[in-house]
Design a protein around this ligand. Structure first.
Ligand SMILES: Nc1ncnc2c1ncn2[C@@H]1O[C@H](COP(=O)(O)OP(=O)(O)OP(=O)(O)O)[C@@H](O)[C@H]1O
Ligand SMILES: [Mg+2]
Length: 384
């Protein structure tokens, strides 16, 4: 017999949720199936990453950088994106040998097209995720929770980062302070003081977005610099680094969040003299990520020792992780695998967990991170 989520929770039975995440890197749709038991730690059960095909990637990138997109273009990208999400869900359920009625809800983040928590040209704050939860519910037969960010924004918050509440659920309560660093297209950090004090966190700036863009400009073999091999062979250009670090975002006090609308290839090019070697630019970009991450974390750590849990695709970039470690001598680097959560799956897991929070009317944001007026229940529910 299939129990409703409410009955399952009352009886202390495990429930299953799926999180769908495709971040700013536009590399893949990540689907994570998690198990939640009221008294236990969220457990990662199965995963599926579906690469975003080149034509959809192009469509989405065009929308991200366009200021005059047509509704029909939005609708076409949204439909293709949603169909890919539905395929990821089907593949995930097959891998886990579960039926759709075993899923309490899917948490769909959607694809961020533009994030402007401070508004644009004195207009209202907005954050736009391409998403069609109605179609996803139709295609999968599952309850879908979506539109996670706008309630925090409505309460005066940045609507980002949202993963820190999940980082708190996974990693809080250790004897030593912990920082969780997500190295996706952008980097965000969550500071978890020892014990159970309030977490802090914010976006530190670009993680891979500029590294990927510059690599793609000079290579046709891959979408990113595997293991940071190219970057590791160049030299940091100190003058370029100083110019890049003078960007006001790096000096803005929290709460703060950012995206492709601020950090993009033309932004980088506006700081180049044209005399630089391409490889040295890549090295300098890696150092930019490391320095901005380290300076952000140091504001929170204030030079005390802590453990640094590194997650997101950038965790596989040995060159980048070495640079971060060199800039944070008091940090001990750790991988989240020790908690049963491989580096690539925390973001998707977070949106599965946020769907669970929504069904039970639990808050999903951390006002100490986003700056919202208070805790808020995030997202809307789309019945199957
Ligand atoms: N083996 C690797 N070596 C170097 N870089 C890697 C490797 N694997 C992944 N990456 C980097 O990680 C990026 C993808 O990371 P991830 O999926 O966490 O980012 P994202 O999709 O932007 O997610 P989010 O915005 O949710 O954090 C790739 O674009 C690439 O730059
Ligand atoms: Mg990704």
């Amino acid at each position: 017999m299939h129990l409703s989520p409410q009955h399952a929770l009352q009886q202390g039975l495990p429930q299953h949720y799926i999180g769908l995440m495709s971040g700013t890197s536009l590399d893949s749709i990540d689907a994570a199936l998690i198990e939640i038991t009221p008294s236990a730690f969220p457990r990662l059960v199965a995963t599926c990453a579906l690469a975003i095909p080149a034509n959809l990637r192009e469509q989405l990138l065009t929308l991200c950088h366009s200021d005059h997109a047509l509704f029909s273009q939005l609708a076409s990208a949204e439909q293709a994106f949603c169909e890919l999400q539905a395929r990821a869900v089907k593949d995930l359920l097959t891998a886990a040998q579960l039926d759709d009625d075993a899923i309490s809800a899917i948490g769909s983040h959607g694809q961020t097209i533009e994030h402007a928590p401070g508004g644009h040209n004195a207009g209202p704050a907005y954050t736009l995720q391409l998403d069609n939860p109605s179609l996803l519910a139709e295609l999968t037969g599952c309850t879908v929770v979506a539109d996670f960010r706008r309630r925090d924004l409505a309460a005066g918050g940045q609507a980002a980062p949202l993963a820190p509440a999940f980082h708190q659920a996974l990693f809080q309560g250790e004897h030593q302070p912990h920082a969780v660093l997500n190295l996706g297209g952008f980097a965000n950090v969550t500071w978890l003081p020892a014990g159970n004090s309030m977490p802090l966190g914010f976006d530190t700036g670009p993680a891979n977005v500029l590294l990927d863009a510059w690599y793609q400009r000079h290579h046709i073999d891959a979408l990113f610099d595997r293991e940071g091999h190219w970057a590791s062979g160049g030299d940091v250009d100190p003058l370029l680094l100083a110019r890049l670090l003078s960007e006001p975002f790096f000096h803005q006090p929290p709460p703060r969040s950012t995206g492709r609308e601020r950090f993009h290839l033309p932004w980088l090019e506006s700081h180049l003299t044209g005399q630089e070697l391409a490889q040295d630019v890549q090295t300098t970009l890696a150092e930019l990520t490391a320095r901005s991450v380290a300076e952000g974390i140091q504001q929170l750590a204030r030079h005390q020792p802590f453990r640094l849990i590194v997650a997101g695709g950038g965790a596989h970039n040995g060159d980048l992780c070495r640079r971060i470690a060199d800039n944070l001598p008091q940090a001990t680097l750790a991988t989240p695998d020790a908690w049963g959560w491989p580096a690539d799956w925390i973001e998707a897991g977070a949106f599965a967990w946020l769907a669970y929070r929504r069904l039970y009317h639990f808050p999903g944001n951390l006002p100490s991170v986003t700056g919202a007026a208070g805790p808020r229940v995030l997202g809307g529910i789309y019945a199957p």
